[in-house]
Design a protein around this ligand. Structure first.
Ligand code: ADP
Ligand code: ZN
Ligand code: MG
Length: 485
């Protein structure tokens, strides 16, 4: 029996704001526990929340990029439940009237794009963090850190339309690229800035009704999502094959041991007693705010990737690598001499990425040393075949350490590039004159010997000529020596 997986993701994105959602406490990773707290985020009686305008601007930016419908009046609600890491015993979230509805995240795939439909995107606050050191032997204490309590989150809920673990991974990778691209989140899964729950069910292939779903909680790496969902698909298929039914449940996936554990079986839907938060005003988004956000929206990553492929005619692989981040794409475009995107792409994908990796630099760190115009001048000279490859790479290495233009650096380091035809032609003629045997061979059709002549000419130039120029001149001179029948 063939079973078709159906998956819906609920993703949480931590916004890159300076302060928390409803108070002025700093959002900082790795502070001493319980130092970034105040009466508001600790839920002390009488404390009044204030909505963070920057968080709303980010939410709007993401909603616009995803093509969501933005609600003119959205409402914060209290979701009530008791949990030790939630000091107020309710979480402020959006329920009946979320900020964004609909929209989609497009995924590029072999043979075309597929848009993953979204149900909603809403704003909420994060909970604190509990630590249970009993797992490490001390059973007497659990600890809680409220630094994260009140940190702004966006929750994105997809429709149940994902079809495989790989597609879930692709969704998260694309979402991460987008939130970083828009500058709304650092999207670092290791720091919990992007995490997701996966809802999984199976149905008979061809069926259009949905099966009973289970929910995998707190997946915090791409691999974890992919493997957890795959394990849950396998578990459900085993049950169904054995004629049993899947019971609605919440599961935890332990990525370290690749094991699924049932956390709780859901008999009834939880009653969170949602109601509008009386301390928070309705969120108004005016038509002009929406229009402004739309106008400020940058070229989106998938659109830019398509442009690199279709307009710049770069291979799909290059287009994907160059658009991994907006900084990298911007730098690539600024460095590419007119009409030479592939040359610039090759250099960015090899030299630039290597330097970033080796030195742990960001693109802007590199651009501070090698501003785009400086790099573009080098690439333009490579394109005009004025610099041999190894010399150009050497100049790029000098760029990282020294000031100066290409010409100044060559001069400073005493590198003379034999470039012009005037300079190389006599040398090429001399090589042909001195090698009558090989010349005769090439002229009689043994083209393998041509490489030998190039080598001789290169040697004579002291390794300073551009091979393509030598080749062109050699071909030209050989043609002149071809006996006419
Ligand atoms: P709940 O009420 O349990 O929170 P929702 O209807 O709010 O469920 O959906 C939560 C997530 O689960 C969404 O991403 C949705 O697409 C997904 N989902 C809903 N039903 C199914 C199903 N039968 N199989 C897989 N995913 C589902
Ligand atoms: Zn606070
Ligand atoms: Mg739900």
């Amino acid at each position: 029996m063939a079973w078709e997986p159906v998956i819906g993701l609920e993703c949480h994105v931590q916004l890159r704001t300076r302060t928390k959602m409803f108070c002025g406490c700093p959002v900082a990773y790795g502070s001493e526990p319980n130092t970034n707290v105040c009466p508001v985020c600790l839920g002390l009686p009488g404390a009044l929340p204030r909505t963070n305008a920057a968080a709303l601007a980010f939410a709007l930016r993401l909603g616009v990029a995803l093509g969501c419908t933005i609600r003119a009046e959205s409402v914060f609600a209290r979701k009530n439940y008791f949990y030790p890491d939630m000091p107020k015993n309710y979480q402020v979230t959006q329920y009946e009237r979320p900020l964004c509805e609909g929209g989609a995240l497009p995924l590029a795939r072999e043979g075309g794009a597929r848009a993953i439909a979204l149900t909603r995107v809403h704003c909420e606050e994060d909970a604190g963090k509990s630590f249970h050191p009993e797992r490490h032997g001390d059973r007497r204490w659990s600890r809680v850190d409220f630094n994260r309590a009140g940190v702004p989150l966006l929750e994105l809920v997809t429709e149940p339309v994902l079809r495989s673990p790989a597609e879930c991974a692709a969704f998260l990778i694309e979402l991460r690229r987008l939130v970083r691209w828009l500058g709304v989140s650092d999207g670092d899964m290791e720091k919990g800035q992007l995490r997701c729950d996966a809802n999984v069910s199976l149905r008979r292939a061809g069926s259009t009704t949905l099966g009973t779903k289970t929910e995998l909680k707190n997946l915090n790496s791409i691999k974890g999502v992919e493997r957890g969902v795959a394990a849950e698909i396998a578990r459900q298929a085993g049950l169904l094959e054995a004629g049993e039914r899947v019971r609605q449940a919440t599961l935890l996936y332990d990525a370290d041991h690749e094991r699924l554990a049932v956390m709780r079986v859901k008999e009834h839907a939880h009653d969170y007693r949602y109601f509008p938060d009386p301390d928070l005003p309705v969120l108004h988004v005016s038509e002009s705010q929406r229009a402004e956000a739309a106008a400020a929206s940058p070229e989106l990553p998938w659109a830019r990737e398509a442009r690199y492929r279709d307009d710049l005619e770069l291979p799909a692989y290059d287009a994907a690598v160059l658009t991994e981040s907006r900084d990298l794409g911007d730098y690539f475009e600024a460095c590419a001499p007119r009409g030479e995107p592939k040359l610039a792409s090759n250099w960015v994908m090899t030299e630039v990425l290597r330097v970033l990796k080796e030195r742990g630099w960001s693109v802007s760190d590199l651009a501070a040393r090698v501003p785009a115009p400086r790099f573009r001048e080098l690439l333009a000279r490579v394109a005009k075949r004025e610099l041999p490859g190894p010399v150009a790479k050497q100049v790029f290495a000098w760029f990282l350490e020294e000031q100066g233009s290409v010409a100044e650096l060559l001069e400073r380091h005493g590198v003379r590039v034999a470039g012009g035809d005037d300079e190389l032609l006599p040398l090429v003629r001399a090589v042909l004159d001195e090698n009558p045997g090989p010349v005769a061979q090439v002229l009689s059709g043994r083209d393998a010997t041509f490489g030998f002549l190039v080598g001789q000419a290169m040697k004579r130039s002291g390794g300073q000529a551009v091979p393509q120029v030598l080749q062109r001149l050699l071909r030209q001179e050989l043609a002149a020596r071809t006996p006419r029948p």
